[in-house]
Design a protein around this ligand. Structure first.
Ligand code: PGA
Length: 253
């Protein structure tokens, strides 16, 4: 039985004070469920300290939204996995489509970031997903297949629970048009198969979560699917009430 996971990706939002308040709101409303499911908050770098202070001893875990693959050195503007751990992070989100599209992150960069992060003891949420055009042309599985293969091949994964794959169709992110549970399940069961080709039996223990316009209304139906182990939540994670409702829906079953 895979433990469900709900992660809030705050993206480039929240000043330090607001971030602390939002984290406090989530802890107050849903902190009690941290024993049943993995709950993760990913504020921007500048608010990691403020949010980390609020999350201490609550069981809710802290994540960064990005990382660099080297440990230290002349890499202006970058942050290493060790620095994230030092700042209180136990998780990191890697390869979000906004980074792939806007910051031109490649599959190879994603793979190096995953390897370096796992090596430093961080747990990883790696994002994959197709564009609307790729879906329209019937290439959704092919796109995701290539992303998963390139992300995971040659990466050392000691504990399959340390790696989460987030299926985030790009056409569903921030649009209000989420994938239907059947659409997400179709791709996510394929992802488990692809991961199985690379990792063998341990792929059955990897969590695969869905992301893209998840909210308190659609979360239950999504979680009813066998290969949807949780959600990576963007917009709806910016309000404590909606994030707490999503966590409650995941923690209930
Ligand atoms: P959204 O974002 O929930 O606002 O669609 C999800 C994500 O980008 O992780």
């Amino acid at each position: 039985m895979r433990k469900r996971l709900i992660a809030g990706n705050w993206k480039m939002n929240m000043m330090m004070g607001e971030a602390g308040e939002l984290a406090r709101g989530v802890v107050d409303r849903a902190g009690g469920l941290a024993e049943n499911i993995d709950i993760i908050l990913a504020p921007p770098y500048t608010a990691l300290g403020a949010v980390g202070d609020v999350l201490r001893e609550t069981g809710i875990m802290l994540a960064a939204q990005n990382v660099f693959w080297e440990e230290s050195g002349a890499f202006t503007g970058e942050i290493s996995p060790g620095m994230l751990a030092d700042a209180g992070c136990s998780w990191v989100i890697i390869g979000h489509s906004e980074r792939r599209q806007i910051l031109l992150e490649t599959d190879e960069m994603v793979r190096m970031k995953i390897g370096a992060s796992l090596g430093a003891g961080l747990k990883v949420i790696v994002c994959v997903g197709e564009t609307l055009e790729e879906r329209a042309e019937g290439r959704a599985i092919k796109t995701v297949d290539a992303q998963v293969v390139k992300a995971l091949t040659g990466v050392d994964i000691d504990d399959p629970e340390d790696l989460v794959i987030a299926y985030e169709p790009i056409w569903a992110i921030g649009t209000g048009h989420h994938a239907t549970p059947a659409e997400a399940e179709f791709v996510q069961s394929a992802i488990r198969e692809i991961a199985g080709n690379i990792l063998g039996d341990s792929a059955a223990r990897i969590r695969i979560v869905y992301g893209g316009s998840v909210n308190e209304e659609n979360i239950r139906d999504l979680l009813a699917e066998p290969d949807i182990d949780g959600a990576l939540v963007g917009g709806a994670s910016l309000r404590a009430e909606s994030m707490a409702s999503i966590i409650e829906a995941a923690g209930a079953k």
